[in-house]
Write a protein that binds this ligand. Structure first.
Ligand SMILES: *Cc1c(COP(=O)(O)O)cnc(C)c1O
Length: 851
């Protein structure tokens, strides 16, 4: 028997309908009463949660319970604001944006919440009397790591900015039971430990058992004749339930509190029937378990496509539940579908949620009964697509067979859309088979595939890259024919990061300096004000404070390194930081080869010469995808080199190499404010934007880097003279690769010496590193060898400037002062105005005590 395709979502009851607000009544008072934020009320809230939520004794509780009690008490206040905000949005009915991302790399929440809600001092004082420092309790929290790297962290920064700017926005995503794996280092090799992050509970989420949708997989399409024509019904297959979990996102010093809704998969009730009817109880339970698998684990690949069926199931599960939710919300107060794009904007964070384009189309066509052209016009006006990479190995292409099997109706619709699209292509380029072949959504060949990027471009009204150079490459190199066909679709939206987390919270010492010297703390929400610090860059008082700020942050990092790596580092040395996912294109290899060269050079020096060496601590951190052999070998090389250097007494004062395991957001918040220089050395044309480059610049760390991604725009703002720019330019890359192929590259003699030392076993068994050296000698796709001498020149400039501390600090100040453009607030305003057409919707709070 076919179960009804049930969608349930109860609407909220129990709010005070505006018409029934009777001032003076007891119920009115109760319903409009808010939690108070004085010390006593906060203390009572924390204790109540320790006793009633955690069921622990309030007479004797530990730091973790204190964290949990505080978190639940903060959550209570978040929920009040969330409810007010959502009710207000419902009343005002503004156009909303929905940000669809398979990843959110949120990091920790407690500090961000009390800062944004302006309750830091209140919680600090309340906890002091219990014997806890609020700042220590932050450390009790486990990172929420439902993302790989830059793309997931971007989504998190965008959510913060959208709430702060009071835009009516929701994020949608998946609630993986296992987030990004925890990295360990054993014998220099990466190990992966599953991250079961929910094990100690998650105070920041609200389970919404009343918001559930049914998602279908497999099955068949049945055509039924009706009076209006043929109807397509997708039937049978497997049904899975999606349950909503909400995480409130507070804006900075505003009542506006947005939402991230994550879906968790649960078995559908129908399985119960099968178990009884079929008499095979155990296999029915197994089938149930399979459905829970969908949201089990985050795929740990960064910038690489893995064509696994479960991943496609995740993608569809995600967009199916999300679009049910969006459409239900729309239908609560609207009947005219033409108005849909005036009320709803949907942003695709990369191609991962692209099947959502077809899902909305299918709903409008098959479920709502709209005509093809009308439905498609609504869809394309609603969606916009952000491209995040041009690396060919990252482009998603799902086999037609797989989609046909899993989503049979969607495959039919893709063919229909492609057919109509190819007619447009022939109108522009008549009789041009080549153009049709290259633009088609379907890639022909032995195994036919759906090109998700083509589908995203065809199905969206806007396509954007994430930095000026990247957007140019998207237009002219990756999709030139699409650009010729739809020139007005393509835009640039340079990434940004939130100054709340990446300056105010990560670097309180710098924040204090800025507050005092700028005479305002408004730079936190209006980063243009940060330019003002430049006026004081020659003031010896500021220079001294800036130096002290760096030392305080370096001491904090040195303590962290001692605790976690057992290595003592000198805080007066230059801290040289390279932290990001380990990837060949990001060229951690170039860095570690230059470190070997530095080591060999120091070894050859006389004691007098050594006294003149600028001391350095080279810090690496980053995870490699578990299946990425070469990246994992790079980690091994870094650790093997570190082992030798750190145990060599001769270079002790001059050079240390540290690999910090398990890089994540909270680790980044410790490392970035402590860095003197940061490495942004990807092969030109490979890094779409980068966002850690922006975080570092905000914290006064100087970039040593190539003209790649957003480094280009950072150089425009900061000035190249205040950075260390080197290396091949994007325009030179093709030629350089040809040169490599033609074996015309002469390997720098210093690099040859480095190779020789690796081959002779200076850093342990050479066969371990043979694959790395082979990758350079046979192809060197990322042009490490050609950039090596240029990189060494830049490093020499770094060493020279380090010997002039005041000049260094002035450049550091200029860096921080030049970061206005890289705030995610700026990015979100551009998206809102130029892509989404949405406006701020500031909540008029009924609680006048708060701000
Ligand atoms: C910002 C950030 C990234 C992105 O770093 P890139 O150097 O731009 O690749 C990755 N991981 C974490 C934890 C981050 O905070």
């Amino acid at each position: 028997m076919q179960m009804p395709y049930k969608q349930t979502a109860r609407t909220t009851t129990g709010v005070v309908p505006p018409t029934e607000k009777k001032k003076g009544s007891k119920l009115f008072a109760l319903k409009t009463d808010f939690l108070k934020n004085d010390e006593d009320s906060i203390q009572k809230g924390i204790l109540d949660h320790v006793e009633y939520t955690l069921a622990r004794t309030k007479y004797n509780f530990d730091s973790f319970s204190a964290y949990q009690g505080s978190a639940y008490s903060v959550r209570d206040r978040l929920i009040e604001r969330w409810n007010e905000t959502q009710q207000y949005y419902t009343e005002q009915d503004p156009k909303r944006v929905y940000y669809l991302s398979m990843e959110y790399l949120m990091g920790r929440t407690l500090q961000n919440a009390v800062y944004n809600m302006n309750l830091k001092d209140e919680y600090h004082n309340a906890l002091l009397e219990f014997g806890f420092e609020l700042e220590d309790l932050y450390e009790e929290e486990k990172d929420a790591a439902l993302g790989n790297g830059g793309l997931g962290r971007l989504a998190a920064c965008f959510m913060d900015s959208l709430a702060t700017l009071k835009y009516p926005a929701w994020g949608y995503g998946l609630r993986y039971n296992y987030g990004m794996f925890e990295q360990g280092i054993y014998d220099g090799y990466q190990t992966e430990v599953p991250d079961y992050w929910l094990v100690a509970g998650n105070p920041w989420e609200i389970e919404r058992l009343d918001v559930q949708y049914t998602v279908r997989f497999y099955g068949q399409v049945v055509e039924r004749k009706t009076s209006e024509g043929v109807r397509h019904e997708w039937e049978g297959g497997e049904l899975v339930q999606a349950i909503a979990y909400d995480t409130p996102v507070p804006g900075y010093h505003t009542t506006n509190t947005n939402n991230i809704r994550l879906w968790s998969s649960k078995p559908h009730k129908e399985f119960d029937l099968e178990a009884f009817n079929g008499g095979n109880y155990l296999s029915a339970v197994e089938a149930k378990q399979r459905s829970e698998n969908i949201t089990s684990v985050l795929y740990p690949n960064d910038n690489t496509y893995s064509g696994k069926e479960l991943r496609l199931k995740q993608q569809y599960f995600f967009v199916a539940a999300t679009l049910c939710d969006i459409v239900r919300r729309y239908k609560k107060s609207h009947t005219d579908w033409k108005e849909f794009p005036n009320k709803v904007a949907v942003q695709l964070n990369d191609t991962h949620p692209t099947i959502g384009v077809i899902e909305l189309f299918r709903k409008l066509l098959d479920e709502e009964g709209l005509a093809w052209d009308e439905a498609w016009s609504i869809v394309t006006k609603t969606f916009a697509y952000t491209n995040h990479t041009i690396l060919p190995e990252a482009l998603e292409m799902w086999p037609v067979k797989l989609i046909e099997d899993l989503l049979p109706r969607h495959m039919q619709l893709i063919y229909g859309i492609n057919h109509r699209f190819l007619i447009t292509v022939t109108q522009k380029w008549p009789d041009n088979i080549e153009k049709m072949r290259s633009l088609s959504i379907i890639q022909e060949g032995e195994e036919k595939k759906v090109r998700m990027a083509h589908l995203a471009i065809v199905g969206s009204h806007c396509v954007n890259g994430v930095a000026a150079m990247h957007s140019d490459l998207v237009k002219h190199k990756v999709f030139p024919d699409f650009f010729a066909l739809f020139p007005d679709k393509f835009q640039n939206k340079t990434n940004g990061v939130t100054p709340r987390r990446w300056i105010q919270q990560a670097n309180p010492t710098l924040s204090n300096i800025l507050n005092r010297w700028l005479n305002t703390d408004k730079w936190v929400i209006d980063l243009e004000l940060i330019k003002g610090i430049k006026e004081h860059m020659d003031n010896p008082q500021l220079i001294e404070e800036w130096k002290q700020m760096k030392l305080i942050n370096k001491q904090r990092l040195a303590d962290f390194i001692l605790e976690h790596c057992g290595i003592k580092v000198n805080i007066n040395a230059l801290f040289d930081v390279h932290i990001k996912r380990i990837h060949e294109y990001k060229r951690q290899l170039l860095n570690i080869l230059s470190v070997i060269h530095r080591y060999l050079t120091i070894k050859k020096m006389s004691p007098e010469e050594r006294r003149n060496v600028a001391p350095r601590v080279v810090i690496f951190a980053g995870k490699a995808a578990p299946g990425y052999f070469m990246a994992k070998r790079h980690i091994k090389l870094i650790n093997s080199v570190a082992e030798v250097i750190n145990n060599d007494k001769e270079v002790d004062e001059h050079l240390k190499v540290v690999f910090i395991a398990n890089y994540n957001v909270s680790v980044a918040q410790v490392i970035i404010p402590a860095s003197d220089i940061n490495q942004q050395i990807s092969t030109a044309g490979t890094e779409a934007s980068g966002t850690s480059n922006m975080k570092f610049t905000m914290n006064g760390s100087l970039i040593i880097g190539t003209l790649d991604g957003a480094n280009v725009e950072i150089a425009e703002e900061v000035g190249q003279e205040n950075m260390f720019i080197f290396g091949l330019r994007t325009s030179e890359i093709d030629k350089a690769r040809e040169k490599m192929k033609a074996k015309e590259v002469v390997v720098d003699s210093r690099l040859q010496e480095v190779f020789l030392n690796i081959e002779l076993g200076t850093f342990g068994a050479p066969e371990v590193f043979k694959p790395i050296l082979d990758s350079l000698n046979y192809g060197d796709f990322y042009l490490t060898m050609q950039d090596f001498p240029l990189y060494l020149d830049a490093q020499e400039e770094v060493d020279n400037l380090w010997k002039r501390p005041d000049d260094w600090i002035r450049k550091s100040i200029i860096n921080t002062a030049s970061t206005y453009f890289f705030s995610s607030d700026r990015a979100m305003k551009e998206y809102a105005q130029q892509i989404w057409g949405i406006e701020p919707c500031e909540v008029e709070t009924t609680d006048y005590r708060r701000y």
